[in-house]
Write a protein of this length. Structure first.
Length: 304
């Protein structure tokens, strides 16, 4: 029996709630198959597009008060977690598996002196044209950047996770045979002021949060499911190359050569390398290939 942390990318979950539910059905079956084989499963997820849309809807409303960013993160944990509980729970019923699944509203502790607060770089929300982004900068005060050739997005601070407040709850649930959804959207970033936790306006990268959680609960596998089948170098060029089985030493060289975009693939690479360097196995694959990825037969497999 192994312990898996499965991290689903926010951008891979569709552009609206219905798309999200449909895409989750694809990954529900292989996750339930893992559970059926006796493995323990923790599910994490991104929320970049979703939390951005939640925050923007409040910001643009004339009839509701503006909602602080930590609360928007909690809202995204709730509605994405509900979809996951619903879809995976239904598949458990179909497979006649008597297990409970629950989402934990998760607080992740960050350092108030993290340099990320002075350098917002985490893309959130929808993609915009250059003209649309200029309007948002002037009217909303947002910081907008071009994101990997896909358009312009708002960026916010993305501090590194130090600890997961609810880690013992996650362990308790796993030890008692339950399935856990946690660190949604990277968790709600909080600062610890002598034992008092205070939410801050930021988004923790869900891959870094997933890796930290995987460390804390002593997971065997960290599997990041995203929108692409594999990690590539020279991505989108005539000489692009698919990476399948790779050691962290070689991957580190490729990072230094600048192959991976900071706003998309680089956080996944850094997180999976960090976990693999502890003697564990990391995998980056697409939602469509989840079943094969869990067996080490698809995606990019990263080892020390």
């Amino acid at each position: 029996m192994s312990r898996y942390v499965v991290s689903l990318g926010g951008n891979a979950l569709g552009k609206n709630p219905q798309e999200q539910k449909d895409l989750l059905k694809l990954v529900a079956k292989p996750i339930v198959e893992l559970i059926k084989e006796g493995h323990e499963v923790v599910i994490a997820h991104g929320n970049g597009p979703q939390v951005g849309m939640i925050n923007l809807s409040f910001s643009e409303s004339n009839s509701t008060p503006n909602m602080p960013f930590p609360e928007c993160g909690a809202m995204s944990q709730g509605y994405i977690g509900f979809h996951m509980q619903n879809v995976i729970g239904n598949e458990l019923t179909v497979q006649h598996i008597d297990k409970s699944i629950a989402s934990i509203v998760t607080q992740v502790i960050v350092d108030e002196n993290d340099e990320a607060f002075d350098n917002p770089r985490k893309p959130i929300g929808s993609f915009y044209t250059l003209e649309e982004s200029k309007v948002l900068e002037s009217t909303m005060g947002y910081t907008m950047v071009e994101d990997s050739g896909r358009g312009y997005r708002r960026v916010v601070p993305s501090p590194m996770p130090i600890d997961v407040k609810e880690k013992e709850m996650v362990n308790t649930l796993l030890d008692n045979g339950h399935i856990v959804i946690t660190v949604g959207g990277g968790g709600i970033p909080v600062i610890d002021n002598n034992g008092e936790l205070t939410g801050v306006a930021a988004v923790i990268d869900k891959d870094n949060a997933s890796e930290k959680l995987a460390e804390l609960i002593n997971a065997d596998y960290l599997v990041i499911l995203t929108a692409v089948d594999n990690v590539y170098i020279n991505f989108g060029k005539d000489n692009q190359e698919k990476l399948e089985n790779i050691k962290t030493s070689r991957l580190k060289e490729l990072v230094k050569e600048g192959h991976f975009a900071p706003g998309s693939m680089l956080p996944k690479i850094n997180a999976t390398m960090k976990f693999a360097n502890k003697g564990k196995t990391s995998i980056i694959a697409s939602l469509n290939n989840a079943k094969e990825a869990f067996k080490g037969q698809a995606g990019t497999i990263i080892t020390k």
